[in-house]
Design a protein around this ligand. Sequence first.
Ligand SMILES: [Fe+2]
Length: 245
Amino acid sequence: MSKAQLRGDYSRAAPDYSVEQDWGRYSAEEHALYRRLFERQARLVPKYACPEWIAAIAGLDSSREIPKFHEISQKLKSRTGWEIVAVPGLIPDDAFFTHLANRRFPVTVWLRKPEEFDYIVEPDVFHDFFGHVPLLFDRVYADHLHEYGKGGLKAMRLDAVNMLARLYWYTIEFGLVKTKSGIRAYGAGLLTKTGWGEPLTGLLFAAVICAAVGYITSFMIVRLQHLALIMITTLAFLLVRRYGL
Ligand SMILES: [Fe+2]
């Protein structure tokens, strides 16, 4: 996606693509939309999210309004040394990896429109915050992402960014983890998606198939509709195997 196609305002971004969050510019309607997104997702996700995410989101007190990044950063810094950096939207690989390598997580400043309540193409502040930030309070996840950022910079020198990007997509965005309570989601794309009616076994198989297809075709960003199609195909496959249809 070229910068011209991105919807964020990049005109005031610093060379590292950071911007001021300018929290006072969010309207009451935007805070209300964020609140509705949070409430809807908070009802859906606890059954499927990993325990570390559930514990972290509970301590953030961030359900009523779009969070102030500097306040969350203060808490994060004391726990895992991370902080949030506000960005206009998607940023180039080198800037992204550099932020991660310095324990700074880029979070988009703008919020989706009401008509995008169920699905948005580019990550917005709700996706970035609700999906990614809570797990930055977990030491293992935080350290992994730090190493990923350093690995990304190395991959750029070796012309191997695509491989790292795939790893990110199928772990940080759509990753599942085996826990004592069963298979749970830790990927932000799953934690912020709707339609949690699918069995997690289907999600697991879908994740495996996505990884395989992504590796073969090199496609990077699948629309959730594509993911849904893959999941339906997977479920059909499972039904055929189970019932011999
Ligand atoms: Fe994301």
